[in-house]
Design a protein around this ligand. Sequence first.
Ligand code: FAD
Ligand code: NAD
Length: 156
Amino acid sequence: MDDRLYRNVMGSFATGVTVITTKVADVVHGMTANAFMSVSLNPKLIAVSIGANAKMHQHIKDSKKFAINILSSNQLNESKQFSGQLQSETEITFVTYNGLPILEDTLAVVTCELHSEYVVGDHTIFIGQVTGVKIEQKDPLLFSQGKYRELKELQE
Ligand code: FAD
Ligand code: NAD
């Protein structure tokens, strides 16, 4: 099967955009990810799927805790910054929440402790036990068919 066709099909499943953040030996790391989902309500567990070649893969194994920053529609630059899509690195301000570095101006944040991990093909699915959540009144940044988009409500 052709990789491009496969990615086009997977990209037709519209998602929000997150930046995973963590800290290892006092250095803050971030990575853009859209392979994120809620897994369980009781206990509260989430999953992220991270490529084995991504540096974040090792950072999560080292820190054993991470935050999911759910981006708002005005955070296109943050998504590009943390996926290596910007030519020059911009200065990013992090604040601390539940002992983890998080981005400012996000739609929502989920903080986690590493619960378990599963190697699946060329990715690892990291399960996070949720330790805290917060949410603001903002619109989400969306990613669909390889492009960033904004939400538009349909008339019912
Ligand atoms: P690095 O290459 O170290 O970091 C990524 C970028 O973030 C670099 O440009 C770096 O300069 C910057 N950065 C890191 N920390 C900081 C900091 N403290 N301050 C400022 N800048 C910093 N990959 C997956 O594995 N799973 C996914 O679900 C996934 N979803 C994606 C969704 C979208 C919409 C996009 C665009 C990409 C997605 N990717 C995903 C790809 C992933 O974001 C990139 O491969 C990324 O570059 C991998 O980063 P890394 O962990 O190797 O870290
Ligand atoms: P794209 O057309 O490459 O991605 C569309 C969809 O394909 C993604 O939403 C994802 O569901 C899937 N996908 C893409 N690359 C994948 C990978 N390596 N492993 C598993 N699923 C993958 O979109 P784009 O705008 O070209 O993406 C920008 C970059 O971000 C590319 O390098 C892409 O590989 C990477 N990316 C990786 C993942 C991931 O690892 N899960 C997800 C999204 C984007």
